[in-house]
Design a protein around this ligand. Structure first.
Ligand code: PMP
Length: 423
């Protein structure tokens, strides 16, 4: 079938189009935590395919619900029309979120879900004639690749070509250990000026920034400051949502409640691209008016797609099932046990865990004098052993589907220990 040659002839892949990159691997099937290439080689998907596949691959229940919906209604314009799967999804999802979330706005991917949240926050104040336009974000944040979300992202080198086109955002230090006070102080200094519309953040874990973690009490303090000064809190739960942190949503670890929440990835368990942004009734009310210009003018062709909604409902069924909840707690425990075992290894700069996410920061070349081209070498080392672990720089992280078995986890941990013996 020659998939690789045919792929190279016509396809432009994200992040890996450089000349030096390895050829893509053609995956032809998947089941549970496993993916299979064209030669039949098995890979354990230890990063849940960019953090989306919370129930693993090709789950028969989800596939069945998708087929059922496809036979009944595959799509309908969502402006002026609605359908049962969207309604049912909103009804079932909202009560699972931190208290106060009242409305659902559908879109297609994590970036747009965050972007919609930011547009909501800015127009919320605009519609009321209040002069608040400033957006605050962490300096190591990642919220997506559209212009709007690049703007609120950290100073990532791969965005430099677009620097002049990004809107201005106030960045505060990410509250990694030792920086909590500086972060809180910086946020309050901005808020005191009275012109901040919103603070947008990844709760508890900053994903693409390197799986950087901070505890719920810091987030509580950050959100409390925003409330005190009248700014909105936008929680980007695109990665942390749907059980990742050990609770259904990361912000459920907090006392304070966000005003706006962005969700995608685990929403459809990776089966279809869909996203949504939820908000409080107070936010919604600023748009609900006889004045047409107060509406949120944002929508995509596939907004509220019935297939996406049906799959999201199926994914929710599976997530809430006792077995999955047990699996999540099993993974949390196994990650903790493994971390305890390797903590303090001389080649590790740091180990950290939040719920089902384990991150191991390898010492870099300069620090250890040991690894060269660390990221690529680790990636290939794991791949050869049938493991998909895509390090973020020198950070190897394990973020598995909840159906991963203990023997599969043992294989992942074994390979990481082997990498620590020398690659
Ligand atoms: N926010 C967070 C926290 C993410 O991790 C990501 C994707 N890695 C996004 C937003 C963007 O989502 P998408 O890739 O679906 O646009």
């Amino acid at each position: 079938t020659n998939w690789i040659t045919r792929d190279r002839a016509h396809i432009w892949h994200p992040y890996t189009q450089m000349k030096t990159a390895d050829a893509p691997i053609a995956i032809v099937a998947g089941k549970g935590a496993e993916l299979y290439d064209e030669t039949g080689k098995v890979y354990i998907d230890a990063v849940a395919s960019w953090w989306t596949n919370i129930h693993g691959h090709a789950h028969p229940y989800m596939a069945e619900k998708l087929a059922e919906q496809a036979r009944k209604l595959e799509h309908v314009i969502f402006a002026g029309f609605t359908h049962p799967s969207a309604i049912e999804l909103a009804e079932r999802l909202l009560p699972l979120l931190p208290a106060g979330q009242s409305k659902v706005f559908f879109s297609d991917n994590g970036s747009t879900a965050v972007e919609v949240g930011i547009k909501m926050a800015i127009q919320y104040f605009y519609n009321q004639g209040i002069a608040r336009k400033k957006i605050i974000a962490f300096d190591l944040a990642y919220h997506g690749d559209t212009f709007g979300t690049m703007s609120v992202g950290g100073d990532l080198s791969f965005y430099h070509a677009f620097q002049d086109f990004l809107y201005q955002v106030e960045r505060i230090p990410t509250p990694i250990p030792g920086q909590e006070a500086a972060c809180l102080q910086a946020l309050e200094a901005h808020l005191q000026k009275g012109d901040v519309a919103a603070f947008v953040f990844e709760p508890l874990v900053l994903g693409a920034g390197g799986m950087l973690m901070y505890p719920p009490d810091v987030l509580d303090q950050l959100m409390a400051l925003c409330k005190k000064h009248g700014a909105l809190c936008i929680a980007d739960e695109v990665m942390t949502g749907f059980g990742r942190t050990g609770k259904l949503f990361a912000t459920l670890h907090c006392q304070e409640k966000p005003d706006i929440i962005a969700l995608s990835k685990g929403l459809t368990g990776g089966m279809l691209p869909m996203a949504l942004t939820t908000c409080t009734e107070a936010v919604y009310q600023a748009f609900y008016s006889d004045d047409k210009m107060k509406a949120l003018f944002h929508g995509h062709s596939f907004t509220g797609n019935p297939l996406g909604c049906a799959v999201a409902l199926a994914s929710l069924d599976l997530l809430l099932a006792e077995e999955t909840q047990r699996n999540i707690q099993r993974i949390v425990q196994r990650q903790a046990d493994f971390m305890a075992k390797i903590k303090g290894h001389p080649l590790l700069e740091d180990c950290r865990q939040t719920g089902t996410i384990l991150a191991l920061e390898f010492k870099t070349d300069k620090q250890s004098g040991y690894f060269n081209n660390l990221r690529d070498r680790l990636y290939r080392f794991f791949l050869q052993r049938g493991l998909i672990l895509r390090p973020l720089g020198n950070v190897v992280y394990v973020l598995p589907p909840y159906c991963i078995t203990d023997p599969q986890l043992d294989q992942v941990y074994g390979a990481i220990e082997a990498a620590l013996m020398g690659i």
